[in-house]
Ligand binder design. Structure first.
Ligand SMILES: Cc1cc2nc3c(=O)[nH]c(=O)nc-3n(C[C@H](O)[C@H](O)[C@H](O)COP(=O)(O)O)c2cc1C
Length: 186
């Protein structure tokens, strides 16, 4: 089965992208995990959409999502909410609207995130919920992962050095993969 993870940070040293890379390594057996970022997604502009159609990078993310049995959003938290750059990418991916069902309809989706603060993106994760509902996804609520104080969780190369976080991420991925697998072919 295929799981797609998208990091919502553009930063080279991003904790969320580091978490995404770790997830690719820790994904359960039988899961083909694809790691994607939002690099190359332009700002949404309805005039660009009307004149030029959907940008190539957005088409790529849409097709990866459509082909995946499950989608995981690795979200930073900005100002107690979701990051505009990440929302912008999902907004583009929701165009044209008559393609939403193909890309997101009934799609198992999980959210996790990392932050240097004490609350590990809990408010950002909550802020994604109306978006997931609007897109007709099938959000997974069977597990939660808020990676707080992320500065101490990763080494300089972005590898997880906190064994508890590694364990929790592994369990999260297993739980979500089982959920996504259970929805297949139904
Ligand atoms: C505009 C802005 C607002 C932020 N607001 C929050 C916040 O509300 N809560 C939080 O935990 N961290 C906040 N941060 C800190 C981010 O969690 C931190 O920059 C984090 O490293 C971003 O994720 P990344 O490492 O994947 O890029 C904010 C950062 C920026 C740039």
């Amino acid at each position: 089965m295929k799981i797609l993870g998208i990091s919502g940070s553009l930063r080279k040293g991003s904790f969320n992208t580091a978490l995404l890379r770790a997830a690719a390594e820790l994904a359960p057996e039988g899961v083909e995990f694809t790691a994607a970022t939002i690099h190359g997604v332009p700002l949404y502009d309805a005039d660009v959409e009307a004149d030029e159609g959907i940008p190539a990078k957005v088409r790529e993310l849409k097709d990866l999502t459509a082909a995946a049995d499950g989608l995981i959003l690795f979200t930073p938290e900005y100002n107690n909410s979701l990051p505009g750059v990440f929302k912008n990418a999902i907004d583009w991916m929701s165009r044209p609207s008559d393609d939403i069902a193909r890309v997101f309809g009934g799609k198992p989706v999980a959210i996790l995130g990392a932050s240097p603060g004490n609350f590990g993106t809990i408010l950002s994760q909550n802020a994604w919920l109306p978006v997931l509902r609007t897109l007709g996804t099938n959000p997974w609520f069977g597990g939660r992962l808020m990676v707080s104080r992320a500065g101490g969780v990763f080494d300089a190369d972005g590898r997880i050095v906190d064994e508890k976080v590694k364990h929790n991420l592994t369990a999260f991925l297993q739980g979500f993969a089982a959920f996504a697998d259970g929805t297949r072919g139904g």
